[in-house]
Design a protein around this ligand. Structure first.
Ligand code: ZN
Length: 331
Protein backbone atom coordinates (compact mmCIF):
# COMPACT_ATOMS: atom_id res chain seq x y z
CA UNK A 1 0.00 0.00 0.00
CA UNK A 2 2.77 2.44 0.94
CA UNK A 3 4.38 2.56 -2.50
CA UNK A 4 1.41 4.22 -4.14
CA UNK A 5 1.95 7.30 -1.98
CA UNK A 6 5.17 8.14 -3.77
CA UNK A 7 3.39 8.68 -7.06
CA UNK A 8 1.22 11.54 -5.78
CA UNK A 9 3.32 14.53 -4.85
CA UNK A 10 1.39 17.72 -5.15
CA UNK A 11 2.53 18.82 -1.69
CA UNK A 12 5.64 20.65 -0.57
CA UNK A 13 8.44 18.23 0.33
CA UNK A 14 7.94 18.52 4.10
CA UNK A 15 4.20 18.00 3.78
CA UNK A 16 4.72 15.08 1.45
CA UNK A 17 7.11 13.46 3.95
CA UNK A 18 4.64 14.07 6.78
CA UNK A 19 1.86 12.26 4.93
CA UNK A 20 4.09 9.60 3.43
CA UNK A 21 5.67 8.67 6.79
CA UNK A 22 2.33 8.65 8.61
CA UNK A 23 1.06 6.31 5.91
CA UNK A 24 4.12 4.04 6.22
CA UNK A 25 3.64 3.84 10.00
CA UNK A 26 -0.07 3.08 9.76
CA UNK A 27 0.23 0.39 7.10
CA UNK A 28 3.28 -1.16 8.82
CA UNK A 29 1.45 -1.28 12.14
CA UNK A 30 -1.60 -2.96 10.60
CA UNK A 31 0.63 -5.52 8.81
CA UNK A 32 2.71 -6.30 11.92
CA UNK A 33 -0.37 -6.51 14.13
CA UNK A 34 -1.69 -9.27 11.89
CA UNK A 35 1.55 -11.20 12.49
CA UNK A 36 1.77 -10.99 16.28
CA UNK A 37 0.49 -14.01 18.19
CA UNK A 38 -1.15 -11.80 20.82
CA UNK A 39 -3.82 -9.14 20.28
CA UNK A 40 -1.98 -5.91 19.45
CA UNK A 41 -4.92 -3.97 18.03
CA UNK A 42 -4.56 -1.50 20.93
CA UNK A 43 -1.19 -0.45 19.53
CA UNK A 44 -2.65 0.12 16.07
CA UNK A 45 -5.37 2.26 17.65
CA UNK A 46 -2.77 4.16 19.61
CA UNK A 47 -0.63 4.95 16.55
CA UNK A 48 -3.72 6.07 14.62
CA UNK A 49 -4.74 8.35 17.45
CA UNK A 50 -1.31 9.92 17.93
CA UNK A 51 -0.83 10.47 14.18
CA UNK A 52 -4.32 11.96 13.76
CA UNK A 53 -3.60 14.28 16.69
CA UNK A 54 -0.23 15.31 15.23
CA UNK A 55 -1.99 15.86 11.88
CA UNK A 56 -4.54 18.21 13.38
CA UNK A 57 -1.92 20.32 15.17
CA UNK A 58 0.37 20.50 12.15
CA UNK A 59 0.68 23.65 10.06
CA UNK A 60 -1.00 23.09 7.64
CA UNK A 61 -3.30 20.64 9.42
CA UNK A 62 -3.93 17.20 7.94
CA UNK A 63 -7.14 15.25 8.36
CA UNK A 64 -7.12 11.47 8.93
CA UNK A 65 -8.33 11.10 5.31
CA UNK A 66 -5.39 13.10 4.07
CA UNK A 67 -2.91 11.00 6.09
CA UNK A 68 -4.45 7.92 4.50
CA UNK A 69 -3.67 9.13 0.99
CA UNK A 70 -7.33 10.10 0.51
CA UNK A 71 -8.03 6.43 -0.02
CA UNK A 72 -11.66 5.79 0.95
CA UNK A 73 -11.23 2.04 1.01
CA UNK A 74 -8.45 2.18 3.62
CA UNK A 75 -10.31 4.87 5.56
CA UNK A 76 -13.49 2.79 5.75
CA UNK A 77 -11.53 -0.32 6.75
CA UNK A 78 -9.71 1.48 9.57
CA UNK A 79 -12.87 3.22 10.79
CA UNK A 80 -14.59 -0.13 11.04
CA UNK A 81 -11.70 -2.02 12.68
CA UNK A 82 -10.37 0.76 14.91
CA UNK A 83 -13.21 3.26 15.54
CA UNK A 84 -11.95 4.80 18.80
CA UNK A 85 -9.08 6.96 17.46
CA UNK A 86 -11.44 8.55 14.93
CA UNK A 87 -13.79 9.52 17.77
CA UNK A 88 -11.16 10.86 20.17
CA UNK A 89 -8.33 12.53 18.24
CA UNK A 90 -9.89 15.99 18.51
CA UNK A 91 -10.42 15.84 22.28
CA UNK A 92 -7.85 13.54 23.94
CA UNK A 93 -4.06 13.75 24.08
CA UNK A 94 -1.82 10.90 22.96
CA UNK A 95 0.36 9.27 25.61
CA UNK A 96 3.30 8.55 23.37
CA UNK A 97 4.83 9.38 20.02
CA UNK A 98 4.16 7.28 16.90
CA UNK A 99 7.52 5.53 16.74
CA UNK A 100 7.13 4.38 20.36
CA UNK A 101 3.93 2.59 19.30
CA UNK A 102 5.92 0.93 16.51
CA UNK A 103 8.67 -0.08 18.94
CA UNK A 104 6.13 -1.78 21.21
CA UNK A 105 4.67 -3.59 18.21
CA UNK A 106 8.07 -4.82 17.04
CA UNK A 107 8.96 -5.97 20.57
CA UNK A 108 5.62 -7.83 20.75
CA UNK A 109 6.36 -9.50 17.43
CA UNK A 110 9.90 -10.74 18.14
CA UNK A 111 9.90 -10.97 21.95
CA UNK A 112 11.93 -8.64 24.17
CA UNK A 113 14.95 -10.97 24.30
CA UNK A 114 15.55 -10.76 20.53
CA UNK A 115 17.53 -7.54 20.51
CA UNK A 116 19.17 -7.98 17.07
CA UNK A 117 15.90 -8.74 15.28
CA UNK A 118 14.21 -5.75 16.91
CA UNK A 119 17.06 -3.39 15.95
CA UNK A 120 17.17 -4.76 12.42
CA UNK A 121 13.42 -4.34 11.85
CA UNK A 122 13.45 -0.78 13.17
CA UNK A 123 16.42 0.07 10.95
CA UNK A 124 14.56 -1.18 7.87
CA UNK A 125 11.50 0.91 8.69
CA UNK A 126 13.59 4.02 9.48
CA UNK A 127 15.49 3.66 6.21
CA UNK A 128 12.18 3.57 4.35
CA UNK A 129 10.92 6.66 6.17
CA UNK A 130 14.20 8.51 5.58
CA UNK A 131 14.00 8.06 1.84
CA UNK A 132 13.59 11.32 -0.03
CA UNK A 133 10.21 11.19 -1.80
CA UNK A 134 11.57 13.52 -4.52
CA UNK A 135 14.61 11.35 -5.30
CA UNK A 136 13.17 10.33 -8.67
CA UNK A 137 13.36 13.90 -9.93
CA UNK A 138 16.61 14.05 -11.90
CA UNK A 139 16.81 17.82 -12.16
CA UNK A 140 17.32 18.39 -8.45
CA UNK A 141 20.86 18.96 -7.25
CA UNK A 142 22.06 16.76 -4.40
CA UNK A 143 22.65 19.88 -2.29
CA UNK A 144 19.04 20.92 -2.62
CA UNK A 145 17.91 17.42 -1.77
CA UNK A 146 20.04 17.44 1.36
CA UNK A 147 18.46 20.70 2.50
CA UNK A 148 15.05 19.15 2.10
CA UNK A 149 15.48 16.15 4.36
CA UNK A 150 12.91 16.60 7.10
CA UNK A 151 12.98 14.07 9.93
CA UNK A 152 9.36 13.34 10.60
CA UNK A 153 7.91 10.54 12.73
CA UNK A 154 10.97 8.33 12.92
CA UNK A 155 13.37 8.06 15.83
CA UNK A 156 17.11 8.29 15.31
CA UNK A 157 18.06 6.53 18.55
CA UNK A 158 17.16 3.35 20.39
CA UNK A 159 18.14 2.79 24.02
CA UNK A 160 18.49 -0.60 25.64
CA UNK A 161 18.44 -0.96 29.41
CA UNK A 162 18.95 -4.03 31.51
CA UNK A 163 20.13 -5.11 34.91
CA UNK A 164 23.60 -6.64 34.65
CA UNK A 165 22.88 -9.69 36.76
CA UNK A 166 19.76 -10.75 34.86
CA UNK A 167 20.56 -9.91 31.28
CA UNK A 168 17.50 -11.74 29.95
CA UNK A 169 15.16 -8.84 30.66
CA UNK A 170 15.77 -6.10 28.15
CA UNK A 171 13.85 -2.83 28.07
CA UNK A 172 13.75 -0.65 24.99
CA UNK A 173 13.04 2.98 24.29
CA UNK A 174 13.23 5.26 21.28
CA UNK A 175 13.73 8.98 20.99
CA UNK A 176 10.65 11.18 20.62
CA UNK A 177 9.39 11.20 17.04
CA UNK A 178 7.16 14.12 16.21
CA UNK A 179 7.50 17.17 14.01
CA UNK A 180 8.33 20.58 15.35
CA UNK A 181 8.55 22.12 18.78
CA UNK A 182 5.00 22.43 20.06
CA UNK A 183 4.30 18.79 19.21
CA UNK A 184 7.45 17.58 21.00
CA UNK A 185 6.73 19.68 24.09
CA UNK A 186 3.11 18.52 24.19
CA UNK A 187 4.15 14.88 23.97
CA UNK A 188 6.70 15.23 26.79
CA UNK A 189 4.06 16.77 29.09
CA UNK A 190 1.54 14.15 28.07
CA UNK A 191 3.99 11.30 28.74
CA UNK A 192 4.77 12.78 32.16
CA UNK A 193 1.08 12.64 33.11
CA UNK A 194 0.03 9.39 31.53
CA UNK A 195 2.77 7.11 30.26
CA UNK A 196 6.13 7.18 31.99
CA UNK A 197 6.95 5.55 35.30
CA UNK A 198 6.52 7.97 38.17
CA UNK A 199 10.28 8.18 38.86
CA UNK A 200 10.95 9.18 35.26
CA UNK A 201 8.07 11.70 35.16
CA UNK A 202 9.36 13.26 38.36
CA UNK A 203 12.89 13.52 36.98
CA UNK A 204 11.64 15.14 33.76
CA UNK A 205 9.28 17.51 35.61
CA UNK A 206 12.26 18.65 37.69
CA UNK A 207 13.47 20.45 34.54
CA UNK A 208 10.48 20.69 32.20
CA UNK A 209 9.42 23.10 30.73
CA UNK A 210 11.92 25.73 31.83
CA UNK A 211 15.05 23.72 30.99
CA UNK A 212 16.48 24.41 34.43
CA UNK A 213 16.10 22.74 37.76
CA UNK A 214 13.13 23.92 39.79
CA UNK A 215 13.96 25.43 43.16
CA UNK A 216 10.92 23.73 44.75
CA UNK A 217 11.06 20.27 43.15
CA UNK A 218 14.18 18.17 42.79
CA UNK A 219 13.58 14.57 41.73
CA UNK A 220 16.40 13.87 39.32
CA UNK A 221 17.92 10.47 40.11
CA UNK A 222 21.16 8.55 40.03
CA UNK A 223 20.47 5.13 38.59
CA UNK A 224 22.22 2.26 40.37
CA UNK A 225 25.51 1.09 38.82
CA UNK A 226 24.14 -2.38 38.04
CA UNK A 227 21.72 -0.91 35.48
CA UNK A 228 23.22 -0.88 32.00
CA UNK A 229 21.71 1.78 29.77
CA UNK A 230 23.11 1.94 26.23
CA UNK A 231 21.91 3.97 23.24
CA UNK A 232 22.54 3.31 19.55
CA UNK A 233 21.90 5.16 16.32
CA UNK A 234 19.14 3.10 14.67
CA UNK A 235 20.36 3.47 11.07
CA UNK A 236 24.09 3.10 11.67
CA UNK A 237 24.13 0.91 14.75
CA UNK A 238 26.86 2.98 16.42
CA UNK A 239 26.75 3.48 20.20
CA UNK A 240 25.82 6.96 21.39
CA UNK A 241 26.70 8.72 24.61
CA UNK A 242 23.80 10.16 26.62
CA UNK A 243 23.26 13.90 26.15
CA UNK A 244 23.77 16.29 29.04
CA UNK A 245 20.02 16.49 29.71
CA UNK A 246 19.91 12.72 30.27
CA UNK A 247 22.95 13.09 32.48
CA UNK A 248 20.95 15.68 34.49
CA UNK A 249 17.94 13.37 34.76
CA UNK A 250 19.56 10.03 35.58
CA UNK A 251 23.16 10.74 36.57
CA UNK A 252 24.50 8.96 33.47
CA UNK A 253 28.20 9.43 32.69
CA UNK A 254 28.89 11.03 29.33
CA UNK A 255 31.45 12.74 27.12
CA UNK A 256 28.71 14.29 25.00
CA UNK A 257 28.34 18.07 25.11
CA UNK A 258 25.06 18.30 23.24
CA UNK A 259 21.77 18.68 25.05
CA UNK A 260 18.31 17.74 23.81
CA UNK A 261 15.08 18.79 25.47
CA UNK A 262 14.57 16.97 28.79
CA UNK A 263 12.34 13.95 28.16
CA UNK A 264 12.85 13.62 24.41
CA UNK A 265 15.63 11.00 24.38
CA UNK A 266 15.48 7.23 24.04
CA UNK A 267 17.03 6.76 27.52
CA UNK A 268 13.89 8.22 29.11
CA UNK A 269 11.48 5.69 27.59
CA UNK A 270 13.85 2.77 28.05
CA UNK A 271 14.45 3.46 31.76
CA UNK A 272 10.75 4.09 32.30
CA UNK A 273 10.02 0.64 30.87
CA UNK A 274 12.72 -0.89 33.06
CA UNK A 275 11.29 0.70 36.20
CA UNK A 276 7.80 -0.53 35.26
CA UNK A 277 9.11 -4.07 34.71
CA UNK A 278 11.53 -4.25 37.65
CA UNK A 279 9.66 -2.56 40.45
CA UNK A 280 12.27 -3.52 43.07
CA UNK A 281 15.14 -1.70 41.34
CA UNK A 282 14.42 1.76 42.60
CA UNK A 283 12.99 0.84 45.99
CA UNK A 284 13.87 3.57 48.41
CA UNK A 285 13.75 6.13 45.64
CA UNK A 286 9.95 6.26 45.60
CA UNK A 287 7.90 9.39 46.15
CA UNK A 288 8.93 11.36 49.18
CA UNK A 289 5.88 12.40 51.20
CA UNK A 290 7.60 15.66 52.07
CA UNK A 291 7.72 16.55 48.43
CA UNK A 292 3.98 16.25 47.74
CA UNK A 293 3.50 19.98 47.81
CA UNK A 294 6.43 20.56 45.47
CA UNK A 295 5.15 17.89 43.11
CA UNK A 296 1.71 19.43 42.90
CA UNK A 297 3.33 22.75 42.10
CA UNK A 298 5.52 21.13 39.43
CA UNK A 299 2.48 19.38 37.92
CA UNK A 300 0.63 22.68 37.82
CA UNK A 301 3.58 24.30 36.03
CA UNK A 302 3.69 21.47 33.45
CA UNK A 303 -0.09 21.59 32.96
CA UNK A 304 -0.06 25.35 32.51
CA UNK A 305 2.62 25.03 29.83
CA UNK A 306 0.72 22.21 28.15
CA UNK A 307 -2.52 24.20 28.02
CA UNK A 308 -0.66 27.21 26.65
CA UNK A 309 0.76 25.06 23.83
CA UNK A 310 -2.66 23.57 23.06
CA UNK A 311 -4.36 26.96 22.92
CA UNK A 312 -2.79 27.65 19.54
CA UNK A 313 -4.74 24.82 17.90
CA UNK A 314 -8.35 25.82 17.45
CA UNK A 315 -9.55 22.47 16.09
CA UNK A 316 -8.34 20.53 19.13
CA UNK A 317 -10.44 20.86 22.30
CA UNK A 318 -8.83 18.92 25.13
CA UNK A 319 -11.24 17.18 27.50
CA UNK A 320 -8.46 16.79 30.11
CA UNK A 321 -7.93 13.09 29.39
CA UNK A 322 -5.34 10.97 27.64
CA UNK A 323 -6.15 8.43 24.97
CA UNK A 324 -7.94 6.09 25.59
CA UNK A 325 -10.06 7.82 28.24
CA UNK A 326 -7.39 7.95 30.91
CA UNK A 327 -7.33 10.54 33.62
CA UNK A 328 -3.95 12.06 34.47
CA UNK A 329 -1.78 9.61 36.40
CA UNK A 330 -1.07 11.59 39.51
CA UNK A 331 -0.67 8.83 42.09
ZN1 ZN B 1 19.34 12.85 26.14
Amino acid sequence: MADRQEEKLEYLPEEAVFRRNAFILITTMVDLSNQTPQDTSMLVEEVLHTLFFLGVINCPPFSPQSLLDDDDEILDYLKKEYPLPFQLYLTQLPRMSPFSCLLDMVVSLYGQENEDQIKDKLKKIVDKMKKDPTSNKKEESSKKKKERKPKIFFSSTICISRINISSSCIYYGVSMSTKGRPAGEILVASSCFSFWHRLVSDAVMTYYPDKQKKSYFSRNIKIPTDIKCEAFNISEGRPMDPCTSCSDLFGLDTNECRRWAHGSCAEVESLSNLFKGEQHVMEGLGPDENEQEGRLRAEKRVLKHLKKQLKIFKDFNWDGRFYPNLNPNTN
